[in-house]
Design a protein. Sequence first.
Length: 133
Amino acid sequence: SLPPDESMPSISIWRPNGMKIFISDLLYPGEPDNLLETMASLKGMSVILAPTLQEEAELPAGNARLKNCESGHLRRQLITPSRRYARAYASHFELWISACLRRQTVLARVPCKGTLTEALSGEALRQGAVELS
């Protein structure tokens, strides 16, 4: 079990019995249980929409400048894609999927490319996170 990280969101403004929608790439180093426990304890419907890019799962080799969007900190990183990274990336999302199932939270990965309607008409629609009319 990983300790919580300062970048892991801690949200206390949701109302009981309401629909809670959380939009995040879910790329936090900690485990999802704290966030999901808070969402689930308030009853109602909990939905997580996770914007995703295929490029995140398949990093290109080379030098990159990475920016932490919360702190603004820039870091240079030499990227050497590996099977280990691909496995860690996949298992990270398997962890989120499993935790969401336990907490009866709908999780849908939403592609960042295309129109919003196109993005939501895939997994988000199949998972029941959205209804399109």
